[in-house]
Write a protein that binds this ligand. Structure first.
Ligand code: TPP
Ligand code: MG
Length: 427
């Protein structure tokens, strides 16, 4: 009988078909944990003003079941489900706040990606670090930010995490929650997180630096440089490639030629894994294993999470370029509805009443947070005076290593430079 839990090994075969070379053909395994393998392609058709994207393939398949986790307990599974609910409800509230004219700037959504954000962040330990992107607001909730923090930020309130100076999710917390503020979407965080891991390594610790990049962002130069550096240094980077099929209005099929983005891991010399990004259990298991590897000092892992961006790039984008059939297909694969059915019907870990109670509690918490955020004051010149400092000097606050004192040890076999040489050079 086939073992349901065992990942299917898929072989990325080199394209060389010359038989004489077969003895030197190398094979690489990319474990693929998905329980279905969607077969369709998105392409451009039509001419002039009638150009549109069309989808071709089998879109009639029923949604796959949730793969049972090798690690998650009942309590942990319910906790992740709760975070996913909060993530979604918060974004729905943000959309309403935007429509009421209360949000300054745009709003970004992770609709359809909640399982990926929440289950991955849930795999982190207290010493680990998170580098979220704009669609990973669920990960920020898991890491300890409250929904009212995020809502205040979008409304540029005076008591928001950046005191009203930035109006989207560009904020972090390097003191308590170990969260790096997002920079650009296009791979810049990867180098920063590699640096965080390197810093911890210099203090004698192997920690995890979990971050994300999109299917679009994955092709940038900085992604390549940063991941290569992390691989060479065996840093604890865990990179989740969120393949949500779109980079702005460009479909994934028009962005790269590899079949699966996880294959790119081969070129970095690190493990690559494919998961169904709408299945919280698969995301958790793959991230957990990658984190364990990172903590053992074995280096980075690339996890490709396949899913669908269920809204436009941001609130201003109605995503009319997306074929309606594609939305319908992925709506059937909703990460929350499927996880709910898994917990209630399949595992029977939640009764219908307990599930409703949990949903009501999330609703209640969110409503209280929304009210508190809406009632928060806008920044004013008087209070803003306390946040004027952009640069600080040593008298401002003590900067000390987070984990312990920096430990340096000479590389084995390295020849120490002549002291005189160094001194002369430094002069
Ligand atoms: C350096 C830089 N260039 C351009 C942008 C604008 N930009 C933001 S998101 C994005 C596309 C991202 O697509 P993808 O990586 O697939 O992520 P997704 O939005 O699908 O999550 C672009 C071009 C940016 N944020 N930073
Ligand atoms: Mg994308």
């Amino acid at each position: 009988m086939a073992d349901k839990k065992r990942p299917k090994a898929r072989t990325a075969a080199p394209r060389n078909t010359d038989d004489s070379a077969s003895s030197s053909l190398r094979c690489y395994n990319i474990p693929d944990y998905r329980l279905e393998h969607p077969q369709f392609r998105i392409f451009m058709a039509g001419e002039g003003s009638n150009v549109e994207y069309r989808v071709e393939g089998d879109l009639s398949a029923p949604p796959p079941p949730i793969r049972e986790s090798k690690y998650l307990s009942r309590e942990q599974s319910i906790a992740i489900y709760r975070w996913m609910l909060l993530n979604r409800r918060m974004e729905a509230a943000l959309e309403n706040l935007y429509k009421q004219g209360k949000v300054v700037g745009g709003v970004y959504f992770g609709l359809g990606q909640e399982g990926c954000s929440c289950a991955s962040a849930y795999a982190l330990g207290p010493d680990d670090w998170l580098g979220p992107m704009i669609r990973n607001q669920g990960a920020m909730l898991v890491r300890g930010f409250r929904a009212c923090d995020i809502m205040r930020q979008y409304m540029a309130k005076g008591d928001s995490p950046t005191w009203g100076r930035d109006a989207s999710s560009h904020f972090g917390d390097w003191q308590r929650r170990n969260v790096c503020a997002p920079i650009s979407m296009l791979g810049e965080l990867i180098g920063v997180m590699a640096g965080v891991c390197l810093g911890a390594r210099m203090q004698g610790r192997n920690i995890v630096g979990l971050t994300y990049v999109g299917d679009g962002g994955q092709s940038t130069g900085v992604t390549y440089e940063s991941l290569n550096f992390a691989a060479v240094q065996k840093l604890g980077l865990v990179l989740i490639v969120e393949n949500n099929l779109w980079g702005y209005s460009t479909p994934a099929d028009m962005q790269f030629c590899v079949k699966d983005l996880a294959e790119r891991a081969i070129a970095y010399g690190i493990p690559g894994v494919i998961v169904d990004g709408t299945d919280a259990c698969q995301v958790y298991d793959a991230t957990h294993e990658a984190c364990e590897r990172a903590r053992r000092g074995q280096g980075p892992t690339l996890i490709e999470a396949k899913m669908m961006r269920m809204k436009g790039h941001a609130i201003h984008d109605a995503a009319q370029y997306v074929p309606a059939k594609l939305f319908a297909y992925w709506r059937m694969r909703d990460p929350i509805a499927r996880f709910e059915s898994y917990l209630v019907k399949e595992k029977q870990w939640l009764t219908a009443e307990a599930n409703q109670k949990l949903i009501d509690e999330v609703e209640c918490e969110l409503e209280a947070d929304r009210e508190a955020a809406a009632a928060s004051p806008m920044p004013d010149p008087e209070t803003d005076k306390t946040h004027q400092g952009v640069y600080c000097d040593p008298s401002c606050h003590e900067i000390k290593p987070k984990y312990c004192a920096v430990v340096t040890k000479p590389c084995e076999g390295a020849v120490a430079p002549k002291t005189a040489e160094g001194a002369v050079h430094l002069k």
